[in-house]
Design a binder for this molecule. Structure first.
Ligand code: HEC
Ligand code: HEC
Ligand code: HEC
Length: 494
C-alpha cells in the first residue's frame, strides 16, 4: 500500500509517520519482541519519523533503549521534561518536501492519566513549541495523546499555529476529520487496520489552499506481500515458542511450590495440548451453550463470587488441566482455562481441532475422569450415572429461544465471566468524510468524532474510502449487513 502510494505521489512528496505506542504497557519479553518486530518492519517500509507514545516511554531500560535506537528513523517526544526524554529522542522534527518545510511535534497531554506518565514528567510548552515551528516551517503537524480533554480544546490553543492534529492512541475506528478553527483533526484508527492520509495542496506562497483527509482501509483487496507474510509467520512461530517456554517456567516454579512431581500429573507424556473452549464452541455450538448452563460452565466464576479463587485446592477442581502442560497454571496466565471445560472430560483437543473431528484424548469421558474431581472427600453424594446425563443435556425449547435473543450465545447480559470469549460484534465498516468544500474556517465539521465517547454514525457519513490499490474513491460497494453470511436481498439464492 505504502509502496503504491509512493509511486503514485512520488516518493519525495510524502511523509510517512507513525503516531507511536508500539510497546505494550506491560513490560515483558513477548511484548518487547513485538515492538522490536514492528520497528524492524517500519525500517523496512522506510518510515520517515515516529512519535514516542506514552507506552513507549514506560519503563525504558537498556533493552527498550536499544530497540528505539535500532530504528532507522527519528523518534519525537516533544514535551517530556528535562532528563526524562530518552537519549536520542528529538524534541521536534522538520523535513523538506518539494521545497515545503514541514515541522512535526508530539504532545502527551500533561493531564494524561495512565500507569505510565506522571504530571511532573511532562511540561506544558504547547504554544511555545507550535510558535517556534510556525515561524520556521510552512506546514506544522502535531500528534496528540489526550485522554482527558477534548482534542478541540488543544486545537483551540494552537489555532493558527498548527495545521493538522493527528490523534494517537485512539482505540476506535478512524473518525471523520474535524475542523476546529484552522486545525484539521484526524486519526488513523484502531491498531493498524487503517492508514490516515492527509493531502495538502499549497500555493506558490506555500500557503495551504486545500486539505483532504481520507482513511485507507487495509482490506483484503490489497495484494499480499509474500516476504512480509513469511516474516510475520516466522515471528509468530517464535513468539508462540517463547510464550510456551515462559509458561512452562512459571508452571515448573508453581509445581515446585506445591511440591508436585510433574510426571504424576495426568497426560504428563502426552504430545497433545489443550486448546480451550473457544475452539470447541466453533463447531459444537449447541453443546457449548448447554454446557454453559451447567455448574461446570461456571465453576470458576462461582469461586470468584465466593472469594475462594485463592484457595488452590478449590481452584484445582474449578479449572481445566490444573498445572498440566498447556492447562491452567495461574489466574494471570490462564484465564482461557477457567471452568470445567470440554477438555476436562474429553481430553486435550489439539489434534481433534487440527483434523476437524479426528482423535480426542478420551473419546467418551470414562468414570475416572469424573472421579478425579468428584472423589469421596469432595463429592460424598456423587451419583455418577445421574451425573453423566447432566454433562450437557439437550437444550430445552425455552433455552434455545433465550439464546437466539442474546448476541453472546445465550449468556446472561452483564455476566462478565461468562461473556469472556463471546463472539465479538461484526466490525463497523467505517469510512471517512472528506472535508466539505463549504466548511469555512472556524466552523466545526458537522460529523461527530469517533473517540471513546461514541462512534460516527455508520450509515450517513457520506463516507469516502480510497482504494489502496488504485487510489480511486470506492463507491457503492456496500457490504451486506450480515457480513456475507446472508445473501443480498433479492439474489434468489438461499
Ligand atoms: C473443526 C470442527 C471441530 C472442532 C473445532 C471441534 N470438533 Fe469435536 N467433532 C467435530 C466433528 C466433525 C465430530 C464428529 C466426528 C464423528 O462423528 O466422526 C466431532 C466429535 C466430537 C466428539 C464426539 C466424539 C465421538 O466419537 O463421539 C467429542 C467428544 C468432541 N467432538 C469434542 C470436541 C472438543 C472437546 C472440542 C474442543 C477442544 C472439539 N470437539 C472441537 C468437529 C470439531
Ligand atoms: C463434565 C464432563 C463433560 C464436559 C465438561 C463436557 N462433556 Fe461432552 N460428553 C460428556 C459425556 C459424559 C458425554 C456422553 C457420553 C455418552 O453418552 O456416551 C459427552 C458427549 C459428548 C459428545 C458426543 C455426543 C453428543 O452429545 O453429541 C460431544 C460431541 C461432546 N460431548 C462435546 C462436548 C463439548 C464441545 C463440550 C464443551 C462445550 C463438552 N462436551 C463438555 C462429558 C462432558
Ligand atoms: C476438573 C474437575 C471436574 C471434573 C473432571 C468433573 N467435575 Fe463435576 N463438578 C466439578 C465442580 C468443581 C463442581 C461444582 C460442585 C462441587 O464443587 O462439587 C461440579 C459439579 C458437578 C455436578 C453438579 C453437582 C451439584 O452439586 O450441583 C455434577 C452432576 C457433576 N459435577 C458431574 C460430573 C461428571 C459426571 C463428571 C465426569 C463426566 C464430572 N462432573 C467431571 C468439577 C469437576
Amino acid at each position: 500500500m505504502v509502496d503504491s502510494l509512493r509511486t503514485l505521489i512520488g516518493p519525495r512528496n510524502m511523509v510517512l509517520l507513525d503516531a507511536g505506542n508500539v510497546h505494550g504497557f506491560q513490560k515483558n519479553d513477548v511484548s518487547d519482541r513485538e515492538a522490536d518486530f514492528i520497528v524492524r518492519m517500519m525500517n523496512r517500509q522506510k518510515y520517515d519519523v515516529a512519535m514516542l507514545g506514552p507506552k513507549d516511554y514506560t519503563q525504558i531500560d537498556s533493552s527498550r533503549a536499544a530497540m528505539l535506537g535500532a530504528a532507522e528513523f527519528p523518534w519525537v517526544g516533544t514535551n517530556y521534561a528535562e532528563g526524562v526524554r530518552p537519549k536520542g529522542v528529538v524534541e521536534t522534527w522538520t523535513t523538506k518536501v518539494d521545497g515545503v518545510k514541514i515541522g512535526i511535534f508530539s504532545w502527551v497531554d500533561p493531564a494524561w492519566q495512565g500507569n505510565s506518565m506522571k504530571a511532573e514528567e511532562l511540561k506544558d510548552n504547547l504554544e511555545a513549541t507550535a510558535k517556534a515551528l510556525r515561524k520556521s516551517c510552512d506546514v506544522v503537524a502535531m500528534v496528540a495523546y489526550t485522554n482527558v480533554q477534548e482534542p478541540e480544546v488543544l486545537a483551540r490553543r494552537v489555532n493558527g499555529l498548527v495545521d493538522m492534529m493527528i490523534l494517537g492512541g485512539v482505540n476506535s475506528p478512524a473518525m471523520s476529520v474535524k475542523q476546529e478553527g484552522n486545525v484539521f483533526i484526524g486519526n488513523s484508527g484502531d491498531r493498524g487496520r487503517h492508514i490516515a492520509r492527509f493531502d495538502l495542496l499549497l500555493n506558490r506562497e506555500k500557503k495551504i489552499v486545500k486539505t483532504d483527509y481520507a482513511v485507507v482501509v487495509l482490506g483484503h483487496e490489497l495484494p499480499v506481500d509474500p516476504q512480509v507474510t513469511q516474516l510475520m509467520a516466522d515471528f509468530q512461530t517464535e513468539q508462540t515458542r517463547i510464550k510456551a517456554a515462559n509458561l512452562e517456567k512459571i508452571r515448573m516454579a508453581r509445581l515446585a511450590e506445591f511440591n508436585i512431581d510433574p510426571a504424576t500429573l495426568p497426560g504428563a507424556n502426552s504430545t497433545l495440548s489443550y486448546t480451550g473452549e473457544k475452539d470447541c464452541r466453533d463447531c459444537h455450538m449447541d453443546i457449548y451453550n448447554s454446557w454453559r448452563q451447567t455448574v461446570h460452565g461456571r465453576t470458576f466464576s462461582d469461586l470468584i463470587r465466593n472469594r475462594e479463587s485463592e484457595q488452590e485446592m478449590k481452584v484445582k477442581r474449578a479449572v481445566t488441566g490444573w498445572m498440566e502442560t498447556t492447562g491452567f497454571i495461574d489466574r494471570r496466565e490462564s484465564s482461557h482455562m477457567y471452568n470445567v471445560q470440554c477438555e476436562s472430560c474429553h481430553g486435550r483437543g489439539s489434534e481433534h481441532v487440527k483434523t476437524k473431528g479426528g482423535a480426542l484424548e478420551t473419546l467418551v469421558a470414562p468414570e475416572s475422569t469424573c472421579l478425579r474431581c468428584h472423589d469421596s472427600a469432595s463429592s460424598p453424594n456423587f451419583d455418577l450415572a445421574a451425573g453423566l446425563k447432566l454433562a450437557h443435556p439437550p437444550l430445552t425449547p425455552e433455552q434455545l429461544k433465550e439464546m437466539q435473543k442474546s448476541p453472546a450465545g445465550g449468556l446472561a447480559p452483564g455476566d462478565k465471566m461468562k461473556l469472556e470469549g463471546a463472539p465479538k460484534p461484526a466490525p463497523t465498516n467505517v469510512g471517512t468524510t472528506p472535508i466539505p468544500a463549504s466548511t469555512a474556517p472556524g466552523q466545526t465539521s458537522p460529523n461527530k468524532p469517533a473517540n471513546e465517547k461514541g462512534l460516527p454514525p455508520a450509515a450517513n457519513t457520506g463516507a469516502k474510502q480510497v482504494s489502496p490499490v488504485n487510489n480511486k474513491p470506492v463507491e457503492g460497494k456496500k457490504k451486506p449487513a450480515t457480513d456475507g453470511t446472508a445473501p443480498p436481498a433479492g439474489s434468489g439464492t438461499k
